[in-house]
Each structure stands twice: as C-alpha cells, then as structure tokens.
Design a protein around this ligand. Structure first.
Ligand SMILES: Cc1ncc(C[n+]2csc(CCOP(=O)(O)OP(=O)(O)O)c2C)c(N)n1
Ligand code: SF4
Ligand code: SF4
Length: 664
C-alpha cells in the first residue's frame, strides 16, 4: 500500500546515504492525475513496484500516457520539463554547472536532445557567459544552476541586464528551501529585483516547460535576460506534460557588430540604465495581461496571492478560496493585485522563504498577511499551509512512521579515498579550511577534520588569510582541503593568490576524478564532456606549477603512511605547497582501483583499540564484550561487514597490531 503523502525527511531517514549514492525521485502516481498533481510524492522506487497502472497508463512505462504509438503526455519531473522546454522552444545552446536541485536539467538535455549544443561549464559565471555569447549571436540560450550558483554568476548577470540579449536568454535558477543539499536558503527572486529583470516561477511540470517558452519570448520582446525560478519540489516532483514539436528561435544567427548595445563602457552603460528602468515599467504593464498571472475567484472571505509550489499547497488546502496565482513574480501586476485585494475580505500571501511578494504588496499600501503565518525559514508543506488557511490538517501523513530506524548519520562510502586522506591528515594537528563536496562529510565524527566551510572555493583563500595574518602561530597548521571539481570551479584563483602573496599554507586537492557529490558529473579534469566525448584533461600538477608553486606533490591516499610523511614535510615547508591526493571515487566504474575483496579482522588479535573504527568506515563495526575475557583488557573488538567492504585498505594501514587481513 503506497501512502498518500510521504515527507521527504522520512525517506531521508530510511535511505540515509550520501545524496550521490541514491537519486531520490519524487513522482506522483498517474492514477491520481489530474487532481492533486504533485502533492502525492512518491519515491521512484515505490512507484516502480506499483502494480496499479490504470487504463490510460502505458504498462511498461506507467508514467507515459499514449495515443496509439504517439506519446502525447508524459509524466515529467520539473527538471525534465525544463529540458523538454529548452528543446521545444528552440534553445540552441545550454550551459550549466551541477548543483542540487538543478543538476538533471543539463543531464537530460545532454542525453535526450542532441539538437542542443550543451556542455558543463567550470562554474556558473562561465555558464552564464557562454550562454550570453550564444544569445548575442542570435541563438536561444539557457544557463542552469542552483541558487548559490547565481552568486558566482552575479557579475555577468547584473550587467547582462544592461546589454540585453539578441536570442532569448533564460537563466534557470533552482532554489533549495529547507537546504536539503545546500549551505544556505537564499531566495532567487531578490536577484530578479536587484538585476531589474523579469522572474517567472512555475507551479508544476507543465508550467515548467511552458515557462521556458514564455521566458525566451519575453527575453526577446523586452531585450532582457529572464530568471526562471524553480525550487526542489518543482524540479524533483512530477506531473503530466503535453509534448510538442521543436520550433527554432526567431532571430537571425551571426556575428553582428553593435558596440553601443554590447560594450558596457561607462558612457554606454549610463545611456542604458534609464532604458533598463523603462523596460521594467513596460514589463510591469505586460504582467497585467500575462496569461499565467491569473485570478481564480471563489469564496471571498480569503484571498491568497501565491506562486510556485506554494500555489499547489494552498489550492489543495482551500480549493474554494480566491487566488491570485502569479506566474511572473517580478515585476508585479500592480493593478491586478489591487483589484484582487479589493475583492476579498482577508488577503494572505503564501510564499516560501523571503516576504518578497508580501513586502511589494505592502508597499502598494495594501493590508496583507504572510510571514506572520508562514515564517521565514525552511520550506512550506501541504499540512502547514492547510493549518495556516483552515486551522486544521486532513493530510494522511505517515510522518510518524512506526519503524525503529537505526541512527545513521551521513557518511562517506566504504572505500572513499577522502576518508583515507583525512585519516592521514589527522595525524598532524592541523586547522583545516574546508570546501564543498563529499569530503565536507569529513567534518563529522569520528573524523571531525573540517574547521570551517563557507562556500565553493573558499577554503584556499581562508587558509592563506589565516597563515599570513597569524604568521608563526599558524605555521605548520594552516591547511586547505578542496575537491577537484571545486578546484576548477573556484579554487584556481585563490591558489594563484597564495602563490603570488606567499604564506606557508598547504593545499590538499582531493582529486577523485569526478564531481561526486552531485552524482558524478564530468569536469575539465576528467577528460570527458557532458556527452561522454573525449576531450582535454587538465594536468593539475602542471597547472599548479605554472602558478610558480615549487612544492607540488602527488600521492595515493590509500598509502596512508606515505601520505602522512608527505603532509608532515609540506607542513614544515616555509612556502606554499600543494598535495594532490589522487584516487578515483569508490563509486566510479571507470578508473576504479579498489580490489573489491573484503578484508577481515582477526578477532583474537584485535585489541579493541578502535583505531580502525575511528576512520569512520561504515563497513567497520564494534562488537562489545559483556563478560570480561581472561588476561585481556579489551571491552570489545572490531569486525568488518564483508557485504560493505571494498578492500580499500585504509583500516589495514592504520591497524598497529596486524589484526587485519584479506578475507579468504
Ligand atoms: C556555487 C555552488 N555551485 C554548486 C554547488 C553544488 N556542489 C557542491 S559541491 C560540488 C562539487 C563537488 O565536487 P568535488 O569538489 O570534486 O568533490 P567530490 O564531491 O567529488 O568529493 C558541487 C557541484 C554549490 N554548493 N555551490
Ligand atoms: S567521493 Fe567518496 S563519499 Fe563521495 S560518492 Fe565517491 S566514494 Fe562516496
Ligand atoms: S578495507 Fe577497511 S576501511 Fe576499506 S572499505 Fe573495507 S573495512 Fe572499510
């Protein structure tokens, strides 16, 4: 029996594994559609075992509705629908850097739509610039990223608002309220206001597809980049989408010179600013008749202004209330808002994160409620919205699932090379400026190795600042740990700073040959493109040496004693140094070096010292001894779970008592 609503946290508890190991896909059962749409969330694994395919379902793929041979509607996740929209609405180039919950957009484009030129960019700034180039040349273009990605891309974004576009240009930004996989929960709508560009926000997968088309059209009609804001629930939930044919964009392709438009020298930019302000006024007028800003009048005792997934929650909770459902959340249709407000007795804004709509409406002098009811932090839920609007919840939640689940804090995989690196680093009393990737899990016990983690690429700069400002007192201690993808994303410039200004920090690049945390995407160091075509593989050693660094060493992290020695030597060096700790991610099929032969612990030799346990490998267990053993002080002994062990040898390397051997 599949329950109606399963909160994500419940699944997170059941499937407590790093996000990279399992893709949790939220799908709604086609039998429920149309109706509650995405409110019934199912883990894909549950749906696959669903035997209840209705007559309209295609049996081999129950999420597709077919007419004869032709698929006319398909159950798509928001990210699949965005990719489909890029295809149908003539996008010629798409560029992205992975980041949950946006990653799959470019993956789907890469897999399904060869008509679109697509590739991973080293970071989001570059993705926006590459897409800007395509747009300037007349192509319809898309750049995709997670919310924090727009911080990285903010520089080109802000001035793109001034240059405008040629071919339609949509920047898809996926927010992560509740921080399922993020370091903060910023609200991208603020960037639209800040950059003075329009922002569209879909409420389901059909709108996700349609709004890509609308964004591109608005972009061309108003000469502006457009922000398309998604969120985890829209990107990863599924609902039916009507499919269409691909149509190419309207602009002539080519290299057309127009310096006044595209060269933002102060003199040109000064002329552009008033144009940008006028554009915003024109967009606000357009918003009044934009068909996806719509009023649904019902009972006038409560009027709800809302957008995105919050609309689904509010509609589900109070189907008979009155709604102003906004498809374009910036700029706002002021007349429409005023008119709607005048027709209802109580006006409530239901929105996730910031009081973005609420404040704008209050500035119009309209009395409105919002964040006093919904709060500022985290994501909304159908139950919460129902309670806010009706004072009760009728959701059949299995939130209080009656299962005794073991505590399983997030952990690196068995055999993860990062664990070996941290185990070696631990020997030296270092202060580690961390970064973002699977290795961030090294912050948790028993490793407890990260002392800070700010944003992608920050660790090297922080270690440099610490080393230079503290001088002698930080000598031999200031370390930065950064992953390979993060290094190419935003680690190269701080390394250049360290090389340029000097200081005794040691940078450890944990090079597992992939962007593991977001699900194994290629990057400029892997030798392959998005579509698995062979390409250059950056030589990290030569790259670091080209910055003028004299101390660049490469080690295999599984050789823990050797790595310990190298770390010690580099920490003692009176100049900046780089250690490249290189071994492929344990989950990678290609380039895998792990023997996959489990080790075992000689029970009688194990002293129960827990040194191996302290590596944090999930394959290691400690068996307590209740009755004291004659002549032995130990309180228990370690054991290896052969089903999990991949034979990486990390525990073997740290055991001082030769208690670990290959299992026969
Ligand atoms: C600005 C920004 N973009 C994207 C992300 C999502 N993200 C987090 S870590 C990471 C890269 C991880 O790869 P790597 O540094 O190679 O470490 P690994 O996970 O492979 O250990 C990405 C893409 C983010 N947190 N911030
Ligand atoms: S880097 Fe480590 S934790 Fe991440 S997927 Fe690979 S083996 Fe697992
Ligand atoms: S060899 Fe040891 S550290 Fe490596 S996976 Fe097996 S139990 Fe874990």
């Amino acid at each position: 029996m599949i329950p109606d609503i399963v909160p994500i946290d419940t699944y997170m508890k059941i499937l407590t594994v790093p996000q990279s190991q399992i893709r949790i896909m939220f799908r709604s059962c086609p039998k429920k559609l149309p109706g509650k749409l995405i409110l019934a969330h199912y883990v894909w694994a549950f749906l696959s075992s669903c035997q209840e395919s209705g007559p309209a379902c295609n049996e081999s793929a129950p999420w597709k509705l077919t007419k004869g041979e032709e698929t006319v509607k398909e159950l798509l996740s928001g990210n699949e629908a965005i990719a489909r929209g890029a295809y149908e609405y003539g996008v010629r180039l798409a560029s992205a850097y992975p980041g949950t919950p946006s990653t799959e957009i470019l993956e789907y484009i890469g897999e399904r739509y060869p008509e679109i030129v697509a590739g991973w960019a080293p970071n989001e700034k570059v993705a926006v610039e590459v897409a800007a180039g395509a747009s300037y040349g007349g192509s319809r273009a898309l750049a995709a990223m997670k919310h924090v990605g727009l911080n990285v891309a903010a520089d080109p974004f802000m001035t793109l608002s001034y240059t405008g576009v040629n071919g339609g240009f949509v920047i898809v930004v996926c927010d992560d309220p509740a921080m399922h996989s993020s370091q903060n929960e910023q609200d991208t709508r603020n960037y639209a206001k800040f950059g003075k560009v329009p922002c569209l926000e879909p409420s389901d997968s059909q709108e996700a597809k349609d709004f890509i088309g609308e964004s591109l059209r608005i972009s061309e009609d108003f000469d502006t980049p457009v922000i398309f804001r998604s969120s985890t629930r829209i990107s990863h939930s599924m609902s039916l989408v009507e499919l269409g044919e691909r149509k190419e964009g309207p602009r002539e392709l080519g290299l057309k010179k127009d310096a006044v438009k595209y060269v933002m020298l102060p003199a040109m930019a000064r002329r552009k600013h008033p144009i940008v302000e006028e554009r915003l006024r024109n967009l606000a007028t357009f918003a009044e008749t934009f068909p996806f800003n719509r009023v649904i009048m019902g009972d006038d005792s409560i009027g709800v202004i809302t957008s995105g997934v919050a609309f689904q929650y509010a509609r589900e909770a109070m189907p008979n209330a009155s709604f102003l459902k906004l498809g374009m959340v910036w700029p706002l249709p002021e007349k429409m808002v005023r008119d709607f407000a005048s027709r209802v007795k109580r006006l409530i804004v239901i929105e996730e994160l910031d009081p973005f709509l609420e404040e704008a409406i209050r500035l119009m002098g309209i009395k409105v409620e919002g964040k006093n009811l919904t709060g500022l932090c985290g994501e909304l839920s159908p139950e919460q919205v129902e309670i806010i609007l009706t004072g009760k919840s009728s959701a059949k939640s299995i939130g209080g699932i009656d299962l005794e689940l073991p505590m399983r804090p997030p952990n690196m995989c068995p055999g993860c090379p990062h664990r070996a690196t941290f185990t070696a680093l631990k020997k030296n009393k270092v202060y580690v400026a961390g970064d973002i990737g699977c290795y961030t899990l090294g912050a948790l016990p028993p490793l407890g190795m990260l002392d800070n983690c700010l944003c992608m690429g920050a660790g090297i700069g922080i270690s440099s600042g610490l080393a230079r400002s503290l001088g002698e007192s930080a000598k031999g201690k200031a370390v930065a740990v950064i992953g390979d993808s993060t290094f190419f994303h935003s680690g190269m410039t701080p390394l250049l700073e360290l090389a340029y200004n000097g200081g005794h920090a040691t940078v450890v690049i944990v090079d597992n040959r992939i962007t593991a945390m977001t699900g194994a995407q290629h990057h400029p160091g892997t030798g392959f493109t998005l579509r698995e075509e062979p390409t250059i593989a950056v030589d990290m050693e030569k790259l670091c040496a080209s910055f003028g660094l004299r101390r660049v060493r490469t080690v295999n992290p599984y050789k823990i004693r050797e790595l310990e020695k190298v770390v010690k030597e580099e920490l003692e060096a009176p100049e900046p140094s780089v250690i490249i700790s290189r071994a492929p991610c344990a989950l990678l099929k290609s380039g895998r070096i792990l023997p996959d032969k489990p080790l075992r612990i000689k029970q009688d030799v194990c002293t129960g010292c827990k040194t191996c346990i302290n590596t944090g490998c999930p394959a290691l267990e400690f068996v307590k001894i209740d009755v004291p053993e004659p002549g032995k002080k130990r309180k228990g002994y370690s054991r290896i779970n052969a089903a999990l062990c991949v034979g990486c040898g990390t525990c073997f390397e740290v055991c001082k008592f030769d208690a670990i051997e290959e299992a026969s």
